[in-house]
Design a protein around this ligand. Structure first.
Ligand code: NAP
Length: 220
């Protein structure tokens, strides 16, 4: 599958490593330019590109940058992507440590990934936002393994969600459907499922226990 990854840090780097190991054709971008990604490209066989090139021809695009950087992404980010491209958003809003206060999220009370959808002008599937980056490399297991971890997945585009869930299964994790984007707050930072290493049953239970109130530590 042709996959574009925008952001080459902890999560983007490890997704590049695993997806190339699985045989996918990965293009990866950061903010500083492809010349700064020579090491990752050499290690993995991924193609280092500019952010405005990463989605070209891609069936899946992963946006994995700090939330405060989302408005700085190039306009037309998804131009040239495959029709019906599935866009994964791994982002988390950390107003105090990293992102600063984002009024759209806090004042309108919209889910973090809904805000990102509006910034990039395309629906997203929220996934991997509560997964430790290192787990992507270290904790993948075959389907059916009793120790396999599960990842919650939210989004309104059911077809894209199916594509993303199949890809996550290939990456070695079960998925739990957390509903549409309006329910995606259940997997945001500070919720019971966030950072939880559990199987599908444990993830389902944690999602059900979430409170819609934004935790104090995650308010700007
Ligand atoms: N770390 C984790 O374990 C973890 C787990 C789950 C979810 N998340 C979330 O996933 C997102 C990414 O996290 P991370 O830890 O991978 O971040 P990170 O290590 O800080 O890496 C961020 C990446 O985004 C790139 N970037 C920033 N602005 C950009 C722009 N305008 N255009 C293109 N690329 C841009 C950076 O490129 P440059 O270096 O060139 O600036 C860098 O490659 C965050 O929202 C985070 O909260 C993280």
């Amino acid at each position: 599958m042709k996959i574009g990854i925008i952001g080459a840090g902890n999560i983007g780097g490890n997704l590049t490593r695993r997806l190339t190991a699985l045989g996918h054709d990965v293009s990866v971008a950061n903010s500083r330019g492809p010349e700064t990604l020579a090491e990752l490209a050499g290690e993995t066989g991924a193609t280092a590109v500019r952010a405005d090139e990463a989605a070209r021809g891609a069936e899946v695009v992963v946006v994995t940058v700090p939330v405060k950087a989302v408005p700085n992404l190039p306009s037309g980010l998804l131009d040239g992507a495959a029709e019906n491209v599935a866009v994964i958003d791994t982002g988390n809003y950390y107003p105090r440590e990293r992102d600063g206060r984002i009024a759209g999220i806090e004042d309108e009370g919209i889910a973090e990934s809904r805000w990102t959808e509006r910034q990039i002008g395309h629906p997203v599937i929220k996934a991997f936002n509560g997964t430790f980056a290192q787990d992507i490399l270290d904790r993948h297991l075959p389907a059916g393994d009793p120790d396999r971890q599960a990842v919650p997945v939210s989004g309104d585009d059911e077809a894209a969600k199916r594509v993303v869930r199949a890809l996550i299964d290939e990456l070695g994790f079960d998925t739990v459907d957390n509903g549409g984007m309006d329910d995606s707050w259940r997997q945001q930072p500070g919720t019971p499922v966030y950072g939880l290493r559990a199987d599908a049953e444990g993830v389902r239970k944690a999602l059900a226990e979430a409170s819609p109130e934004r935790p104090e530590g995650f308010r700007g």
